[in-house]
Design a binder for this molecule. Structure first.
Ligand code: SAH
Length: 550
């Protein structure tokens, strides 16, 4: 069960500027927290338009919600979602002035722990209403990391019985209960049992230490249900599947899909070793049961992951939740300094590697080296990573380097898309890309200038809308004017041109000019240029290209 910690990306939701101070005070203790503000009333980290829809979406995604408004507003907003049988995230209502902290939902996911942590940051006592928690000083149904509750319904009955006056024994080793205020007695009918064995005992609160390690020595090519084989092996020894701490296998199976599926199905980490981590005398699956929980991180290494993500044009709201999730899980973050800063803030346990913008291949190789050590590595690009950005550089590095570094091919590689500058700029302006268009980089750093001229001419002749990235830089002062001269051969001077600068960033500026007016002074490296086709039109403040063509 996830425990709350300062690293959790919780959502602090506010309805107006009056709550911003309190929100920021809470945020200082929770680095990954973002303040979500009602767009029409307050400028926060993430904007939303509809409170109810927004908190329901956060709830459905399992995001802890700290709402700075009345408990009633939160309850009404979430009422329709409560019947859904999902893992419930912590939900709290907090008085706008920081004078009250009320945990509402998520008793099993640590809402009271979170309430206490927020209480500390605000200097007040939270309003804990859970009777078991108040009586025993902790939630008996949320054991610490390394332990799993066997059955929630059975657990609730156990807590009710204790609250009704019964006493309990403790069987097994439960160090976290040492300072719990439990009514203990040696001959009690009820028992807290700490055991890896599957127990069907109505009178016990059964908690499984995650102390079983499964080693898969051999994998045949048709081994598609490894999870079921492990469950069966555990059943044969009377072990609960919840006592499983990790799956381990020889490093040669690093890219095995069936092992990955099995680890996901069993909800445990997958580790790779050069030799069995214990004396395994079987050719198939071997189980090892330790006395105390096993720290999976101490066994072999993980399969490294390298994910290339797009941050979008700049603002947090235009970053996809998928990209955000990858950043939260990252151990190493690489990228050009400006973009890495855009992707932050980072936790102390995350390593950040900032480089110069031009060192792309070197950065990509470095990313593979880190991932080969078993780390979760993220390479960031602005916009979309596949558009004039790092995704291609990473694949170039793999293409060139994999013969010399076969281990790079075992890295779990993924590309997560982002909102590219042309799309973000187009949306601000209307729909200039509403019909066929092309995307060109005007930079001649990596391609000869005459290729660029030829492509512009062909795009002009084909009557495509053209989106120009990298329009101009100090090192390339004359190229933009040349490009525009070529476009003018094919387009009327009245053709609308959209200029988006720093779109999605605080200094955002959008300008609509005609091709006849367009000059190189209008653009720089932070500008996106969209030149219309023969059908691109202006309506009021909007620019669009109709979907039809004659
Ligand atoms: N991968 C990025 C593009 C990198 S090339 C993407 O998909 O957006 C860099 C060029 O993108 C800049 O020279 C500029 O033309 C454009 N660009 C990037 N971010 C921008 C923004 N926020 N506003 C306007 N143009 C931007």
């Amino acid at each position: 069960m996830a425990r709350v910690s300062a690293s959790m990306p919780m959502a602090i939701v506010i309805l107006g500027a009056g709550a911003l101070d309190t929100a920021r005070r809470i945020q200082t203790s929770f680095e990954q927290a973002r303040v979500h503000g009602l767009a029409s009333r307050v400028n926060a980290d993430i904007a939303y338009d509809d409170f109810g829809a927004h908190v329901r979406a956060l709830y459905a995604s399992g995001t802890p919600i700290v709402a700075l408004c009345s408990a009633g507003i939160v309850i009404r907003a979430l009422a329709s979602s409560l019947a859904d049988k999902i893992a419930e995230p912590p939900v709290l209502a907090i008085a706008q002035d920081g004078s009250a902290v009320v945990p509402l939902l998520g008793g099993m996911s640590g809402v009271n722990v979170l309430a206490r942590e927020i209480g500390v940051s605000l200097g007040i006592m939270p309003a804990i209403t859970t009777s078991g928690e108040l009586r025993f000083g902790q939630c008996l149904l949320a054991p610490p990391e390394g332990y799993a509750l066997a059955d929630i319904e059975q657990g609730k009955r156990f807590v009710s019985d204790l609250l009704a006056g019964e006493t309990t024994r403790i069987e097994g080793h439960a160090p976290w209960l040492d300072d719990a205020d439990l009514p203990r007695s040696g001959d009690a009918r009820l028992a807290v049992r700490i055991t890896p064995l599957a127990a069907h005992d109505e009178d016990s609160l059964v908690i499984h230490p995650r102390c079983v390690l499964a080693w898969i020595e051999h994998l045949s090519s048709d081994d598609d249900d490894v999870a079921e084989r492990i469950r069966a092996a555990m059943r044969a020894q009377g072990l609960s599947p919840l006592a499983l701490a990790a799956l381990a296998a020889p490093a040669r199976y690093m890219t095995s899909r069936s092992l990955e599926d099995a680890a996901r199905a069993l909800n445990v980490p997958l580790r790779f070793c050069d030799a069995a981590p214990f004396d395994a005398d079987t050719q198939g699956i071997a189980l090892h049961v330790s006395d105390t929980p096993v720290d999976a991180q101490s066994i072999g290494r993980a399969r490294g992951a390298l994910t290339v993500i797009g941050l979008g044009p700049g603002s947090a709201e235009l970053m996809t939740p998928a990209a955000r999730a990858v950043l939260v899980a990252a151990q190493d973050v690489l990228g050009y300094e400006t973009y890495v800063r855009m992707a932050g803030p980072f936790r102390d346990d995350q390593r950040v590697h900032m480089t110069d913008n031009r060192e792309e291949l070197q950065r990509a190789r470095h990313a593979f080296e880190l991932a080969t050590e078993g780390r979760r590595v993220v390479v960031v690009s602005s916009g979309d990573p596949g558009v004039f950005a790092m995704a291609a550089a990473v694949l170039e590095a793999l293409d060139e380097g994999r013969a010399a570094h076969p281990e790079w091919s075992a890295v779990k590689l993924a590309i997560v898309p982002g909102v590219s500058a042309s799309l973000a700029t187009a949306a601000r302006a209307g729909a200039p890309l509403g019909h066929d268009f092309c995307v060109l980089s005007l930079s001649d750093n990596l391609k000869p200038w005459d290729v660029i001229e030829k492509r512009i001419a062909h795009a002009g002749e084909a009557d495509l809308v053209m989106a120009f990235y990298n329009p101009l830089s100090k090192a390339r002062p004359w190229q933009f004017d040349r490009a525009i001269d070529i476009v003018k051969r094919y387009r009327d001077p009245h053709t609308p041109v959209v200029l988006g600068r720093d779109i999605g960033r605080p200094a955002e500026a959008l300008r609509i000019v005609t091709l006849g007016e367009l000059k190189s002074e209008h653009v720089d490296m932070r500008t996106m240029v969209i030149v219309g086709s023969s059908t691109t039109r202006v309506v009021g403040d909007w620019v669009y290209t109709p979907r039809w063509y004659e």
